[in-house]
Design a protein around this ligand. Structure first.
Ligand code: HEC
Length: 154
């Protein structure tokens, strides 16, 4: 092989590999785009495991537990990090009990949440979803929440 042909083949190989590289990059970007539009897995997990009791659509009278939006508002304020929130939810799920409950009104009305076993990974996904996303809220919620927060009430 002459020097010229060696150079020629190297150039061809270089060009082909560049093209492949760009193609795989494009495929990667397309996959990321697709992922953005997919639903967060925590949403489905929450609807399956928690909405039996915490769904936003039951009326105020017929509920078994507060809607998730109420939990989110009690557990997250401006300073709460996602890590702290996730840890609080995990701790609660691990051992729901009256001393640790933050939602006294709900405990009074519904009794303490029954202990159930969930996968830690699922709870982390649910907490991640709850922290980052707007949660559906029932029509009656705002009025009720402000009522519960007013100092006239205990
Ligand atoms: C069988 C009904 C039921 C299911 C299912 C359920 N919960 Fe609850 N949960 C309750 C009730 C009732 C309360 C309100 C009383 C209380 O705070 O303990 C509650 C309260 C909570 C609280 C607030 C506790 C407090 O007072 O500080 C969190 C957090 C919570 N639930 C998370 C979850 C998550 C996450 C899921 C799904 C993985 C879930 N719950 C599934 C019944 C349920």
């Amino acid at each position: 092989m002459t020097i010229k042909s060696i150079l020629f083949f190297s150039l061809v190989i270089l060009l082909v590999s560049c093209k492949e590289n760009t193609e795989s990059k494009m495929a990667y970007i397309a996959k990321l785009e697709l992922k953005k539009h997919e639903e967060h897995p925590g949403k489905k997990l929450m609807e399956t495991h928690c909405y039996v009791c915490h769904n936003p659509s039951d009326s105020h009278e017929k509920r078994l537990a507060p809607p998730m939006i109420a939990i989110k508002k009690h557990y997250i304020d401006k300073e709460t990090t996602k890590e702290a929130f996730t840890k609080a939810v995990l701790t609660w799920i691990e051992n729901p009990n009256i001393e640790d409950a933050k939602m006294y009104g709900a405990v009074r009305r519904f009794g303490v949440m029954p202990k159930q076993s969930f996968l830690e990974e699922d709870i982390k996904q649910i907490a991640d979803y709850l922290y980052d996303n707007e949660i559906d809220q029932p029509a009656w919620f705002n009025e009720h929440f402000n009522e519960m927060k007013s100092p006239r009430q205990k």
